[in-house]
Design a binder for this molecule. Structure first.
Ligand SMILES: *Cc1c(COP(=O)(O)O)cnc(C)c1O
Length: 389
């Protein structure tokens, strides 16, 4: 491994150079507040509308529609609640099975289980890091049967295969069109976990708009932030109405009466957070321009190393939320993680795979060789938007 130390040094030097930080700590991803954040947040405070009703929530939702091309957007307290509310709205119930990928942030699997549904883990592709359509087709062919109601059921468990939640890992658009086609053959509802992929497109279409609904996260470490926040997008008017209702404590509009017609959630984004994230989304194009420029600099650099830089696929445009490189084996990955973090350059491995976590390890899954291959090798490197915009 010692022969790599020279290369590791070069990588650290390069990261410091492109982030204009010759010394000191470089985080993996930090937010930038270089627009109207202070003005909008102060205005929200002055208006006294700091909670879940207010003009910034409406303005932000309109802006999310404009950016994504979706007909409807519902702002929520975070991405996890957005996914939970979207699944409930789609009719996912206790003991339904929901297909997702093992390589994701734990929130995806958590949100699936909140209402008693069961995650089923299907492998990712090595090049997109996202759900593999060929593995999905294979899984369904071998493990599902068509019920007399026209829906797909898991042969082994007898449970309905109700929904599929692919994830745009680190912002990379996967093979979503193929996934959509497979889901439609099997009558499986497609809900996209686009938490990481605001600004990423596939065939010119925004991620999150291929299925019945998509969700975003505006957590502090995402491309833009509300402090905490999320959104559901959809083109379906009934779905939008139902999701909004469920996220707003199921309150039936009335001038003064408190009428609630369903057990629901307090999941709406406060106006204060909407003020912050509205200022952020106004900068989205600039942020992504810089992130893509950074990715292309990283890409050129890593061509001259024995390590592979993950790139967007043809016909897609990635936001490069978190840049990722692949080492040749786990030992090399661990050596780089140790070296870079000791040198105050923050790097992180991929998340532990979902099926290996205690609470999900008795879930249904089959061969996850690609995800297992990837986690042994993958490292995320600093990807914050540069301040010099
Ligand atoms: C961030 C994230 C979420 C959850 O979003 P929060 O706003 O943190 O609740 C869900 N899925 C993925 C893939 C994420 O990266």
């Amino acid at each position: 491994m010692s022969q790599n130390i020279g290369i590791f040094d070069d990588i650290i030097d390069f990261i410091r150079r492109i982030h204009h930080k010759p010394e000191g700590f470089i985080p993996l991803h930090e937010p930038r507040f270089i627009g109207n954040e202070r003005v909008y947040v102060a205005d929200a405070i002055d208006s006294t509308f700091v909670s879940s009703i207010g003009e910034y929530v409406d303005r932000f939702e309109e802006k999310v529609c404009r950016v994504t091309g979706a007909a409807y957007a519902i702002a929520t307290v975070n991405g996890t609640s957005a996914l939970h509310a979207a699944l409930v709205t789609a009719g996912v119930k206790k003991d339904d099975e929901v297909i997702t990928q093992p390589l994701t942030f734990v929130a995806t699997a958590n949100a699936i289980t909140y209402g008693g549904a069961l995650p089923v883990f299907v492998d990712v592709d090595k090049d997109t890091l996202s759900l593999s359509p060929s593995k999905l087709a294979d899984f369904l062919k071998k493990n599902s049967k068509l019920g007399s109601d026209g829906y797909a059921y898991n042969k082994l468990t007898g449970h309905r295969l109700k929904a599929c939640v692919p994830v745009y890992t680190f912002g990379f658009p996967g093979r979503i069109e193929d996934i959509r086609d497979i889901c439609s053959v099997y009558n499986i509802t497609l809900i996209e976990d686009a938490a990481e992929s605001l600004g990423s497109t596939c065939s010119g279409r925004h991620t999150g708009t291929f299925g019945l609904a998509g969700i975003f996260s505006f957590n502090g470490n995402k491309t833009i932030t509300a402090g905490g926040g999320g959104a559901i997008i959809t083109d379906d008017a009934d779905f939008a109405k139902k999701a909004r209702h469920l996220a707003t404590t199921g309150k039936v509009p009335h001038k003064w009466e408190y009428v609630h017609d369903v057990v629901a959630y307090n999941y709406r984004m406060p106006n204060l957070n909407a003020a912050l994230v509205l200022a952020q989304i106004e900068k989205l194009d600039e942020f992504i321009k810089d992130k893509r420029a950074m990715a292309s600099e990283y890409s050129k650099f890593f061509e001259k190393t024995p390590f592979k830089f993950i790139k967007e696929q043809n016909n897609t445009k990635a936001n490069y939320w978190l840049n990722a490189i692949l080492f040749n084996n786990r030992e090399e990955r661990d050596a780089f993680l140790t070296f870079s973090n000791e040198h105050q350059v923050m790097t992180r491995p991929a998340w532990q795979l979902m099926h290996r976590l205690e609470m999900f390890n008795d879930c249904c899954y089959n061969n996850l060789e690609n995800a297992e291959w990837l986690v042994d090798r993958l490292v995320n490197i600093p990807s914050s938007v540069r301040v010099t915009l």
